[in-house]
Design a protein around this ligand. Structure first.
Ligand code: GSH
Length: 207
């Protein structure tokens, strides 16, 4: 009998940096414990985490931190990391480009002054988000398969889907209507049976 690994993913009760990992588990239909901690539990747990941050994946007593390392590890095991080393590298390219955008959003996210926050957000949309959407729409169209890398679904698609879906539903509702190919892509991924089931049942959080 093959031994099935026991997985626990620990994060806050947010989508944040855990959601692409949860989408990988959902698409692969692999069971795991979706451990969402309370903020009050965090100070004691923080010291025990390898980078004093979350998400962290535990697999049969072994611990893996860093969201992109976790994504890649699981995707490789579940057949979502491309067909060869080149596709795997192109997936990294997509995910790291997305990470660059997320880093640029941090000052807006952290700003507490409401007036400044609105100003920062306007500039973020025109200088970072829109060029990102143009660029990624071109990547998708140029690849030609309806996926970002190769001819099949990979975790690059799930990561992109996660951010684009969040943008289109919460951050900038309807904004993807200006990027029709990205809009179609989001609708297509949301309709995949395993993803659809997860979207319908996942805990509802703001971000
Ligand atoms: N590079 C890390 C960043 C992790 C990170 O920033 N985690 C945040 C939540 S999204 C965190 O743990 N914040 C609590 C803290 O730093 O005390 C990754 O991708 O996993």
């Amino acid at each position: 009998m093959p031994i099935i690994p026991q997985y626990t993913l620990t994060y806050f009760n947010l989508m944040g940096r855990a959601e692409p990992i949860r989408l990988i588990f959902a698409q692969a239909r692999v069971n795991y414990k979706d451990h969402r901690i309370e903020r009050s539990e965090w100070p004691a747990l923080k010291e025990k985490m390898p980078f004093s941050q979350l998400p962290v994946l535990e697999m049969d007593g072994k611990v893996l931190a860093q969201s992109h390392a976790i994504e890649k590890f699981l995707a490789r095991m579940f057949g979502l990391d491309g067909k060869d080393d080149w596709e795997s590298a192109k997936i990294d390219e997509c995910v790291m480009g997305l990470e660059d955008l997320l880093q640029k959003m941090v000052p807006w996210f952290r700003e507490t002054d409401e007036v400044k926050k609105i100003e920062i957000f306007k500039k973020l949309v025109s200088d970072e988000i829109n060029p990102f959407l143009e660029r990624y729409q071109k990547f998708l169209v140029d690849n030609g398969s309806g996926y970002f890398v190769g001819t099949d679904l990979t975790y690059a698609d799930l990561s992109l889907f996660n951010t684009l879906h969040f943008m289109n539903t919460k951050l900038l509702p309807g904004h993807l209507k200006n990027y029709s190919r990205l809009n179609e892509f989001v609708d297509k991924i949301a309709a995949l049976p395993n993803i659809k089931a997860w979207l319908e049942t996942r805990p509802k959080t703001d971000h």
